[in-house]
Write a protein that binds this ligand. Sequence first.
Ligand SMILES: Nc1ncnc2c1ncn2[C@@H]1O[C@H](COP(=O)(O)OP(=O)(O)OP(=O)(O)O)[C@@H](O)[C@H]1O
Ligand SMILES: [Mg+2]
Length: 277
Amino acid sequence: MMETKDQYILNVRDLNVQVKTAEGMSTLVRNINFGMKKGQVLGLVGESGSGKTVTSMSILQLLNRKNMNIQGSITLKNKELNGLKEKELREFRGKEIAFIMQNPMNAFTPVFTIGQQLVETIRSHTTLNKKQAKELAIDVMQSVNLPDPEIIFKNYPFQLSGGMLQRVMIAMAACLHPSVIIADEPTTALDLHNQLLVLRLLERIRSEYGTSILLISHDLGVISEMADDVMVMQNGQIIETANVFDLFDNPQHEYTKRLLRTRPTLYFKKQPYTYML
Ligand SMILES: Nc1ncnc2c1ncn2[C@@H]1O[C@H](COP(=O)(O)OP(=O)(O)OP(=O)(O)O)[C@@H](O)[C@H]1O
Ligand SMILES: [Mg+2]
């Protein structure tokens, strides 16, 4: 079948991001091209500083445009996101694209409780009333194993650990079942048990709602379990893209081979694992 751009939910073409420095413009990511199909889990791997977070932040238009220059096209369901006004972007974020941030503290406003922020986000994207929104928020917090959701609901962000805040963000994504989830290191701050819960929840969101997931992780065990296809990033560029089995069995690029050689043991494989909560 001919590949056309319409088959992609999210389509990134010729993305280049530059930052202003004292010495002039410096390129952070270069010539990024990829598309995500409905229900696809696309892994993004690469060493620290290779540009994974910059890529995801530019898709969501979260980079500071005052000192960053984002060139290229980012379409979600054929709608161009690059350059969109803040007000229009807000309708997309959360509802159409959810972002599980690598640094979860940045995702929350310090002066409102977790509950206020969850209810506000749910209500701004659904027709639920306050009570229903609260019930939904509590339910999904339970599903990511957050202890005492009723108490967390009343807490302020600083009262939770990074791992807990990340699970709150995942719970939020689960509420709104967006078309795309961008998960930037969603399991790094978690212990093994909670890593499994989070991955199962992501897998359940994908299978129930056909959500496409861009999964950024340095953990190749997580990538091998979850991803259908994988992109490898080095120095701001995607140097290799392949089906997950091909990538692990037959890496093409020297850098990919090195990355696979230095991978930690795939402890994840050894766990009993079913796609059910
Ligand atoms: N706001 C910014 N201004 C200037 N440079 C930045 C900014 N944000 C990121 N960078 C630079 O861009 C490069 C890519 O950073 P990025 O955070 O995307 O890496 P990463 O692949 O996500 O790494 P990690 O695995 O550690 O999360 C790095 O050299 C970083 O220093
Ligand atoms: Mg990062």
